[in-house]
Design a protein around this ligand. Structure first.
Ligand code: DNO
Length: 344
């Protein structure tokens, strides 16, 4: 396993020197954030990111994400052009030696929570999802924590309306069309593509979601069998769905060589309706030791990053992406993997 840490580029409040000091840290996980989905990146931006990471002793092996435009997901007339742009961006990544590219195919929202600073009994705060609060959200007057800056209310209403006409089958067909186009480029430039699951793994506001469970993954891998067509095993995303057994999924897809990247974090269910809070990595409803062991025992050799942490030690970090709890998480994860390797 190779350990990585998400870095939001030069504007990240966490300096690379701190990331480098986390024991066992090898690579940043980053992206070019200055372009909109569907826009062509430039080589210079990628080179600059890589140079900065390398100067601090870190690799830049993983890009999270190259965003997929809504046009590609919806299959509009612009999809063809945007797929070409995605290929262009993949080739640029290859030029700077990137090994894995993460992306997702979620319509409109690529994660959803009802609270950004949920107060935990231990004094920390973290992201959370409450079924009761979600039921109170009015889809006609949508305000969501963390998303109000990304879309105007009109844009959101338009997008929701457009997706009403798109079925799961259609969305899946668009994903497969996309993969049939881009996977040959991945093969050619030796970049593993790793889809991020739906977070949380069910439909929201009538928007179809198609990467929520094993059946979704099986259909996707069957349609495009190349091993370059792979998965980001996000434990917290899959794990928020009680229909998913994450340790089993880790075993199954590691065995198939499909897991190129893993996001490790824990959640704690807080009621019978799928409500959850994000906990520290070492505690919660998911058995992290079992998941790490399943990955190691089944030949997983990809990249891992500690996913969302809480705000602890008085830090007021970007929700999910503060330094301290993710650094503790990295140490815990490294411990689990080292132990699993020794006991293999
Ligand atoms: C949230 C992240 C997601 C993820 C994208 C990958 O914290 O896990 O935003 O980066 O879904 O495309």
């Amino acid at each position: 396993m190779k350990l990585g840490f998400r870095w939001y580029g030069p504007s990240d409040s966490i300096p690379l020197t701190y990331i480098r000091e986390i024991s066992g840290m090898e690579t940043v996980v980053t992206s070019v954030y200055s372009y909109k989905p569907g826009e062509k990146w430039d080589l210079e931006s990628l080179k600059a990111l890589k140079k900065e990471a390398n100067e601090k002793g870190l690799a830049m092996d993983v890009i999270e994400s190259i965003p997929v435009s809504e046009d590609i997901k919806r299959g509009t007339p612009l999809a063809k052009e945007h797929i070409e742009t995605f290929k262009h961006n993949l080739r640029l990544c290859a030029e700077v030696g990137v090994k894995v590219v993460c992306y997702n195919f979620m319509p409109v929202f690529d994660w959803l929570r009802t609270e950004m600073h949920h107060q935990n009994p231990d004094g920390s705060n973290s992201l959370s999802y409450s079924y009761d609060d979600f039921c109170k959200v009015d889809p006609k007057n949508l305000h969501l924590p963390g998303w109000d800056e990304s879309y105007s209310p009109e844009e959101l209403q338009d997008l929701l309306k457009i997706y009403q006409g798109i079925s799961h089958e259609q969305l899946r067909a668009n994903l497969i069309r996309f993969l049939q186009e881009v996977i040959p480029v991945c093969e050619e430039c030796d970049i593993k593509l790793a889809i991020h699951p739906d977070d949380p793994p069910w439909d929201v506001f009538g928007l179809p979601r198609i990467v929520s469970c094993e059946a979704d993954l099986d259909a996707m891998f069957e349609a495009v069998p190349s091993i370059y067509n792979g998965l980001t095993l996000c434990t917290g995303s899959f794990g928020a769905g009680k229909h998913n057994d994450v340790a089993h999924m880790a075993e199954k897809y590691a065995k198939q060589g499909r897991i190129h990247f893993a996001h490790l974090r824990n959640i704690l269910f807080t009621d019978d309706h799928d409500s959850f809070v994000e906990t520290g990595h070492a505690y919660g409803s998911l058995d992290m030791a079992k998941i790490a062991k399943a990955l190691v025992d089944n030949g997983f050799d990809g990249y891992v990053r500690p996913d969302h942490g809480r705000n602890i030690f008085g830090e007021n970090g970007k929700p999910g992406y503060g330094l301290y709890d993710r650094a503790l998480g990295a140490a815990y994860i490294k411990g689990l993997f080292d132990m699993a390797e020794k006991n293999k």
